[in-house]
Design a protein around this ligand. Sequence first.
Ligand SMILES: Cc1cc2nc3c(=O)[nH]c(=O)nc-3n(C[C@H](O)[C@H](O)[C@H](O)COP(=O)(O)OP(=O)(O)OC[C@H]3O[C@@H](n4cnc5c(N)ncnc54)[C@H](O)[C@@H]3O)c2cc1C
Length: 411
Amino acid sequence: MFDVIVIGAGPAGMMAAGRSAESGNKTLLLEKTDSSGKKLLLSGNSRCNITSSCENVEDFLANFSDSGKFLRNAFSVFFNKELLRFFRKRGLDFKVEPGGKVFPITDKAGDVLRILVKYVKDSGCRILYRKEVSGIAKSGDIFEITAKDNSAYSAKKIILATGGLSYPMTGSTGFGFHIAKTLGHAVIKPKPGLTGIILKNNFLKEWQGVSFEDAKVGVYAGDKLIHAASGEMIFTHFGISGPVILHMSHIVYDALDSGKKVFLSVDFSPGLNHHELGLALREELKNNPSRKISNTLKEFIPSRLVKRFLESIPINPDKLLAHLSKEELKSVLEKLKGFRLAVEAVKPIEEAMVTCGGVSVKEIDPKTMESKIVKGLYFAGEVIDIDGRTGGYNLQAAFSTGWMAGGAQKD
Ligand SMILES: Cc1cc2nc3c(=O)[nH]c(=O)nc-3n(C[C@H](O)[C@H](O)[C@H](O)COP(=O)(O)OP(=O)(O)OC[C@H]3O[C@@H](n4cnc5c(N)ncnc54)[C@H](O)[C@@H]3O)c2cc1C
């Protein structure tokens, strides 16, 4: 009989397990794969963007979807400063990169993982690998846990840290959602977050690799603008990606899910407003009337976009500026300020960086991570309905909730 069994050896589960064991609880950590932290090892392109340097809790919370406010309590106890101190104390230092992204100084996610695994082992917690938990039942005050290999364990308390549904090869296949539902919890429908957008346009191969440092992108559902944001984006073999796209993917997903036709409108010339861009084009026409429109456009958009851009109007790329009609000039201007890209779909959850949705925060005590429905059941990490933007927010949430759940086992 264990005091505490933690299910899932990701960042949330490891933090919870170590913390529980060092508080004197007989703790067991069960992991279904053959090693800990497989997703952690992939994080930040294997460099692990562990947190953000943002010092203000409220500003930090603004980088989560609405339910993220649930983290306020956890952050008041174990925030980025405390997280970095935890690792520094154990010999790993960090650096801050543009946008406040914090990485280990060694650029190795493996170094973060090594410290976590050592922390768990040093705390006296037992870890068992290849133990895929398949069932949890409560009889009286005791939880009975069964694994797929028919082994069984019992504990007074359980911490569920099984992650979400993204990157299932790392072990997170949604077990936590299933079991939470079985135990009476509401689970907000899981959907992909921080993922690329698949476009209908058939010229993508030609645009693949073209990137913008600061594109302005609008999301239209039907003909209504439902979201707009600016930032880095890149055309890919399937469509479009990059931070600004990743951050809007859940909005696009919801619009498609509600049956609407969705398109993105990309402003290729965000530095100039409509009027200024019109003046610049007319100036060009006046100064270089015998120049081909395709050559002029290369000064406004990357040259690889020009052919298809003109085709979409359509205008012959060899047409001289002097021969452009008023309507054609207007179309060029309008397309530069809002090029329409029809959306086919959002990349599937398996390829998403995070899962939006999960166990409803309304049914979890934010101070302890204990279920308000099943006494003795705790949650930590991505299994909870919390998702943040790129920039280290999701790992901080996993570590903070893990810390709180593990720490709540003191008494
Ligand atoms: C490619 C990629 C890059 C990312 N980069 C970053 C980044 O740089 N910064 C950032 O903040 N976030 C990043 N994220 C998100 C971040 O990695 C996750 O939010 C975080 O790992 C969630 O931690 P977790 O412990 O809750 O779940 P997970 O890391 O998913 O761990 C869950 C664990 O539970 C185990 N498990 C599941 N079911 C069972 C079961 N039935 N029995 C036993 N064990 C089970 C799994 O095998 C797994 O080990 C990235 C995600 C991806 C996919």
